[in-house]
Design a protein around this ligand. Structure first.
Ligand SMILES: NC(=O)c1ccc[n+]([C@@H]2O[C@H](COP(=O)([O-])OP(=O)(O)OC[C@H]3O[C@@H](n4cnc5c(N)ncnc54)[C@H](OP(=O)(O)O)[C@@H]3O)[C@@H](O)[C@H]2O)c1
Length: 333
């Protein structure tokens, strides 16, 4: 069985390009005892994988070329040498950008229920869980407070704003186009949304947060974080989820002004987290998120590319803001 793979051909110098990747074909790997062979159906395209190529994601280790690009996938079990799985089961796995991959059974997550398996890459996967734990466990939202979230029309961000609304907060999103902002308000019921590329961003942020900001969910770092710091209320919280404004470069900028002075004077709490810190609560969180999806309180935006070979283009374009909601690449039926 042939296995198409997208390899990292060279590490990016400056911005990531499609030419940093190359397509190779090899034979599908053979599972051994305790292992499972998986057929990739859909791959999650995630901003954080660019941090891995930059060497700024501790969990990803040092970046390397000549290996299969990493990525989470929804997959079908093709052969199983572990009693926990059988042929035809649907799972998620750290497949990488390739058609077939072999895993220890314990590395797989079973996809429960019917419906599109790709929902386990989105609302019921990394993006929904990151939004959930960052907001509820780290941010500790209170009804009536104002929540600000950056990269608000992205995979994590669009869930954060909606979960904030479910928690009774006033929600404001920051995104990179007027169209994204309009959709956040009209389709996802954000109370407000503003475009950080607009020259009047700071003034607009002030106008759309008349009561200040109690909780800022930061997906971007950079200038948006710099502006948000000045809108924070006393005893506010900043949830540091990611730094997407500084991933697609070889020269990330230093942190914004106001740290630590504003943290001291406003008694702010600024806390980072990684979603897998909360793994023991995944199942409880998935049930709650599934309930919101079923009731229509939570809407999952999905943005799709077709074919394994389109994965490099899908990531390059995501870093430039081309996606709305969760971006996936469909690889097989
Ligand atoms: N802590 C964790 O465990 C964890 C887990 C998953 C993800 N994350 C983080 O969550 C964040 C979002 O990831 P995602 O996978 O959901 O990606 P995403 O939000 O779907 O896509 C990235 C978005 O970032 C925005 N962006 C790009 N350059 C920007 C800039 N210079 N300034 C502001 N916004 C910019 C773009 O939208 P615009 O059109 O708005 O520019 C783009 O759509 C990332 O920082 C990621 O590292 C953290």
């Amino acid at each position: 069985m042939d296995n198409r793979q997208i390899l990292i051909d060279s590490l990016p110098q400056g911005e990531l390009r499609e030419s940093n990747y190359t397509l190779a074909t090899t034979k599908a790997p053979q599972p051994e005892n305790g292992q499972v062979l998986c057929r990739t159906l859909a791959i999650a395209i995630e901003a954080g994988s660019r941090a891995g190529l930059q060497g700024s994601a501790s969990y990803a280790g040092a970046p390397k070329s000549g290996i299969v690009m990493n990525g989470h996938a929804a997959a079908r079990v093709v052969a199983s040498y572990d009693p926990a799985y059988k042929e035809g089961d649907l799972v998620t796995c750290p497949a990488g950008w390739q058609d077939y991959s072999v895993h220890e059974a314990r590395a797989l997550t079973r996809i429960e229920g019917s419906g599109d398996p790709a929902r386990y890459l989105s609302a019921l996967g990394n993006s929904g869980l990151t939004a959930y734990f960052g907001l509820f466990n780290v941010g500790q939202p209170q009804a009536g407070e104002t929540l600000l979230v950056s990269a608000a029309a992205g995979a994590v961000g669009h869930f954060v704003g909606q979960m904030g609304r479910i928690a009774g907060m006033k929600t404001v999103g920051v995104a990179g186009s007027d169209e994204k902002c309009a959709r956040l308000v009209s389709e996802l019921k954000f109370n407000g949304a503003i475009n950080y590329k607009d020259g009047g961003f700071r003034a607009n942020l002030k106008e759309v947060t008349p009561d200040g900001v109690d909780l800022y969910f930061d997906n971007t770092g950079g200038d948006v974080l710099g502006s948000a710091l000045f809108r924070m209320n006393e005893n506010g919280r900043i949830v540091c989820c990611g730094v997407v404004s500084q991933y697609d470069t070889s020269n990330p900028a230093p942190g914004p002004k106001g740290v630590p002075g504003l943290l001291v004077n406003k008694r702010l709490r600024m806390q980072g987290f990684l979603v897998f810190d909360h793994i023991k609560q995944y199942s409880q969180a998935r049930s709650e998120i599934a309930g919101w999806l079923d009731s229509g309180e939570l809407i999952a935006w999905q943005d799709e590319f077709d074919g394994l070979e389109s994965a490099p283009r899908a990531l390059v374009d995501l870093l430039a803001g081309g996606n709305t909601g969760k971006r996936i690449v469909r690889v097989a039926e």
